[in-house]
Design a protein around this ligand. Structure first.
Ligand code: AQP
Length: 332
């Protein structure tokens, strides 16, 4: 089977519906046809402001939500990034073939650096894409499903793989990004032109996977719409309603026009009530499974350890080859 790699940062107690639709639902489908590696990228989350006292729990919670959403740890390799030391080790080697200017052109770095300010912008944030390249290349990955915002990082990964291969000999597979369709992009319910995000400034527009169902239903009822009153997809002039339609379609597997037809001539209240039901029905069982898994952290940790072992076996092979190729002396 061709290999697939993807990951998410444990940057909140719960994932949001954008992570679910934009990533987890696709991962769940792809794990059938691919030898899939899904990582909770805790080392990456150290590059943004975080609380050490909470990170461990957020890491467990993120892993539990992967499983609850249908990623099967017996089928896919689901592990915690920091459990496999080869990630930062390969990142160091790759950083030595990454141009300073090349890294400086990453738009996510520029955006985040501006948001965090000079004091909170670390060298780690700057080299984040190099660590991401290591994540991917360690597993000889064929495809990397990512959001549009990560495309530039996968391009850098490809450049580094090609550069390494031509300088030191064939070592890495050059991976292909698989960019999710634009319609899978979910926006903030209160500000439907901004991407919904775990680290949004206000929670009012974010639907959390692990929240009480009633709370999510209420947020949907309060979602920003427009004054036209017709349930119609138009990203430009009706971003709020369009976003709700995209969520509805993604969770039900229906086409947007069929949903528009169903709600033709009915008000936004009806439409939102329908969507709230869809979301509550979808999230309810996922939430329950995640909470059950979190009730037994020792068992969850055991599953993660077994999977880290599987990941490590592949990762260490690539790393050993890299160490040889770049000329490091083998330990006797
Ligand atoms: N709003 C979204 N719509 C569609 N897909 C989304 N993803 C995130 N938000 C949306 C996808 O979820 C995965 C998570 O990636 P991440 O945790 O590395 O960080 P992110 O992309 O920056 O996601 P967040 O929720 O906005 O996290 P924070 O606030 O921590 O930065 C990716 O596959 C992403 O495309």
């Amino acid at each position: 089977k061709p290999r697939l790699y993807s990951g998410m940062q444990p940057s909140a107690d719960s994932l949001q519906i954008g992570n679910y639709i934009g990533a987890l639902m696709q991962w769940r489908d792809l794990q059938e046809a691919y030898d899939a590696y899904f990582s909770v990228v805790d080392l990456h989350s150290l590059t943004q402001p975080y609380d050490p006292a909470e990170l461990r729990e957020k890491t467990r919670r993120t892993a539990a939500q992967y499983i609850a959403a249908g990623i099967e740890p017996s089928k896919s390799t689901l592990y915690v990034q920091s459990h496999v030391p080869a990630h930062p080790e390969l990142a160091w080697i790759l950083s030595t073939i990454t141009g300073y200017g090349e890294a400086g052109r990453m738009t996510q770095f520029k955006d985040k650096a501006q948001r965090f300010g000079a004091d909170a912008t670390s060298v780690g944030l700057f080299t984040y894409p190099v660590l991401m390249a290591a994540d991917i290349l360690l597993y000889q990955t064929d495809i990397v499903p990512v959001g549009d915002d990560q495309k530039q990082h996968v391009e850098l990964t490809r450049d580094l793989a090609e550069r390494f291969n031509s300088r030191f000999g064939e070592t890495f597979k050059v991976p292909m990004p698989v960019i999710q369709r634009d319609t899978a992009r979910i926006f903030d319910l209160q500000n439907p032109v901004a991407k919904m995000s775990k680290s949004a400034e206000s929670e009012a527009g974010v639907l959390w996977l692990l929240d009480e169902p009633a709370k999510n239903a209420k947020k949907i009822m309060r979602a920003v719409t427009d004054s036209e009153g017709s349930v119609r997809y138009d990203r430009e002039s009706k971003p709020g309603v369009s976003n709700l339609l995209v969520i509805y379609a993604a969770l039900t597997g229906r086409q947007i026009p069929s949903i528009e037809d169903e709600y033709a001539g009915r008000g936004y209240g009806d439409f939102k009530k329908g969507l709230a039901e869809v979301v509550v029905n979808e999230f309810g069982p996922v939430r329950q499974r995640a909470l059950d898994l979190l009730d037994d952290p020792a068992e969850l940790d055991r599953v993660l350890a077994v999977n880290a072992g599987k990941a490590e076996a592949i990762a260490n092979r690539t790393l050993a080859d890299v160490y040889d190729k770049v000329g490091l002396l083998r330990r006797a």
